[in-house]
Design a protein around this ligand. Structure first.
Ligand code: UD1
Length: 448
């Protein structure tokens, strides 16, 4: 397994282009199963989650041709309907294929995703939504088996997708995708409003779907007989952008981001500004509406001293749970007590114990963490437990004095393309090593 060796205490300076969004790309890739026509996706990031999705699509009869960040896909064999456990267990987002396969091929068998490090992650809302469209659902041998009604097509209806933690992003993607080919009109109430849902609706509409209201809690989908091909460029990754902003803030640096989806990041920008960080778009003067609000160029400048803040994670446009851990790393260095309340994934605090190993003062009480700012962090061997927790530890390592070794960076490779190279290109010192190389250098990978 690879590790990152981080020499902390370096300032960053320079420019990074934000890559295409992983969380937009996964349901967009799955949506290619809705047509037998060619689909081209552009700005597809080079990530292990994307590779897994392409492998799954290959097993489902889709021909995949990758050329840099462009991927051409075409479903050439539409007989296979089984998404097997050995792929699904590597990536929960495999559940995205359920709606498209069911709607287009009449039945789908998708292994039930298990829990993960950030807690129990049910799919009951996905299933409830598809059942409302007339699908029959049963469980067999750990697989979800879904079938369309006898008429051969799903049937549009009103579907409520709210659960105890608000709506569901991939559940909305699944039901919205399936409903494009249903007979009649589907209304999703309490739909997820995330920008990734808007991107999916934009692509589906360009393929011939009739979706309105995406980005609001009520999405209306008029079913059509079939969908055609498309050439679509994926929106930039707001979580990657937010991670770089936190890295700049925690290291007292000024950096530039291009292709930055600022318009989709207002809650994160609001909290960063409360911390004292300046975020200045440099492509248009203030007051001028940009023609591409999701592709801005901006400068991120850290203040001399970070101020403490309160953050509560919420569904979009609230503060994203996927940036909670990275913000916590930054807030460890603020001048006072910050409070984070996690309202999407109540157990998503595995990074706390690792930050404490680096000298942070964080106390968790249920779904709330109180972070008492310290003057500095110290490098330590730490263990990454999930994708965003790993990014948090990389930020902490860059801000700390001394050497930090982040273990299990395969989590990072799921969602950040060449993170060590990109951050090193703007001044960080992050080296990827195998565990063997690490011991050859006389460095220990674990603390205990
Ligand atoms: C997506 C993102 C993930 C992000 C999350 C919340 C992708 C590939 N992943 O995951 O990075 O952290 O949104 O913004 O886009 N829930 C239910 N029943 C369901 C489905 C969800 O109770 O059927 C609950 C979940 O346990 C969680 C909340 O609803 O508490 C939100 O989860 P959801 O929006 O579904 O997350 P994902 O779409 O899986």
């Amino acid at each position: 397994m690879d590790v990152f060796v981080i020499e902390g205490g370096r300032k960053l300076s320079g420019s990074l282009r934000v890559n295409g969004s992983k969380n937009a790309a996964l349901p967009l890739l799955a949506a290619t199963l809705l047509t037998d026509q060619p689909v081209t996706l552009r700005d597809v990031p080079e990530l292990s989650d994307i590779r897994n999705m392409l492998r799954l699509l290959g097993e489902l009869g889709v021909e995949v041709e990758r050329d840099g960040t462009s991927v051409k896909l075409q479903a050439v064999d539409e007989t296979e309907v089984h998404a097997r456990y050995d792929i699904v267990r590597t990536m929960r987002a495999s559940i995205c294929v359920l709606g498209p396969v069911l709607a287009r091929r009449g039945s789908a068998r998708v292994s039930m995703p298990g829990g993960c490090a950030i807690g129990q992650r049910p799919v009951d809302l996905h299933l409830r939504g598809l059942e409302a469209l007339g699908a029959t659902i049963e469980l067999d041998g750990g697989d979800i088996i879904a079938r369309v009604p006898k008429s051969g097509r799903l049937i549009g209806d009103t579907v409520f997708l709210g659960g105890p933690f608000g709506s569901t992003v991939l559940g909305t993607a699944n039901v919205m995708s399936a409903a494009t080919l249903a007979q009649g009109t589907t209304v999703i109430e309490c739909a997820a409003c995330e920008p990734e849902i808007v991107d999916l609706a934009d692509m589906l509409n360009a393929m011939g779907a009739k979706i309105s209201g995406a980005g609001s809690p009520r999405v209306t989908i008029e079913g059509v007989e079939s969908l055609g091909g498309v050439d679509h460029t994926i929106i930039p990754d707001r979580i990657e952008a937010g991670t770089y902003m936190c890295a700049a803030a925690a290291t007292g640096s000024t950096i530039e981001l291009t292709n930055c989806p600022l318009d989709a990041m207002m809650s994160a920008v609001d909290r960063l500004e409360a911390v004292g960080v300046h975020i200045d778009p440099t492509d248009h003067p203030r007051g001028v509406t940009p023609d591409q609000p999701l592709r801005r160029t901006c400068t991120i400048s850290a203040p001399d001293q970070l101020r403490p803040v309160q953050i509560t994670t919420q569904p979009h446009p609230g503060f994203p749970t996927d940036l909670q851990a990275q913000f916590m790393a930054m807030m460890c260095l603020a001048s006072g007590n910050s409070v984070i309340t996690e309202k999407i994934f109540p157990e998503r605090f595995l990074h706390v114990a690792e930050l404490v190993r680096m000298g942070a003062q964080v106390h968790r009480h249920g779904t709330t963490a109180v972070i008492s700012g310290v003057n500095g962090l110290t490098g330590a061997p730490v263990m990454a437990s999930d994708l965003r927790a790993s990014a948090c530890l990389v930020i902490a390592g860059m801000a700390a004095q001394g050497t930090t070794i982040v273990n299990r960076v395969y989590h990072i490779d799921r969602g950040y393309e060449k993170l060590e190279e990109r951050l090193s290109s703007i001044g960080a010192s992050i080296t990827r090593m195998t565990e063997d190389q690490l011991s050859e250098q006389g460095l220990a990978s674990t603390g205990g």
